[in-house]
Design a protein. Structure first.
Length: 142
């Protein structure tokens, strides 16, 4: 059987003292270090998650702005195209009106020239007819 003498109490006291010293000098600082590390890790993970969310938000905002800019660009392009078509139509209408005026003026000038030419031809025809009649009849008429 085991006998109990004072060495058992010394061993128990040594064990308790060693336990107290190890707890105070090793286990508690180690536990605190682990807790601090875990808190830092959780903090970094939270910050990382926050940054990822911010990145997603900024990307969505960027894509939204790009889409709006493209839409505005398309609208502006279409407006400019429409204005150009309208300007082209106005210019063509003005050109056609100017061409019609020039053509009408030219026709009027041609009509006037034809009328003058007819009058000149009629006068010359009368003179020629009188000269022919005088030559045929051999005397002066009129």
């Amino acid at each position: 059987m085991i006998s109990l003498d004072y060495t058992v109490f010394v061993q128990i006291a040594s064990f308790l003292l060693l336990l107290y010293l190890l707890n105070r000098l090793v286990f508690t600082p180690f536990r605190l270090l682990l807790e601090e590390r875990e808190q830092r890790t959780e903090g970094v993970e939270a910050e990382t998650e926050s940054l990822l969310e911010e990145g997603k938000r900024l990307r969505a905002e960027y894509e939204n702005k790009i889409a709006r800019a493209r839409g505005e660009g398309t609208t502006i392009k279409e407006t400019i195209r429409q204005e150009a078509l309208e300007a082209r139509g106005r210019i063509l209408d003005q050109a056609q009106e100017e061409a019609a005026r020039v053509l009408e003026r030219a026709r009027g000038e041609i009509r006037g020239a034809v009328q003058k030419a007819r009058e000149v031809v009629a006068e010359e025809a009368e003179v020629i007819a009188q000269q022919m009649a005088e030559k045929i009849l051999g005397r002066k008429i009129g």
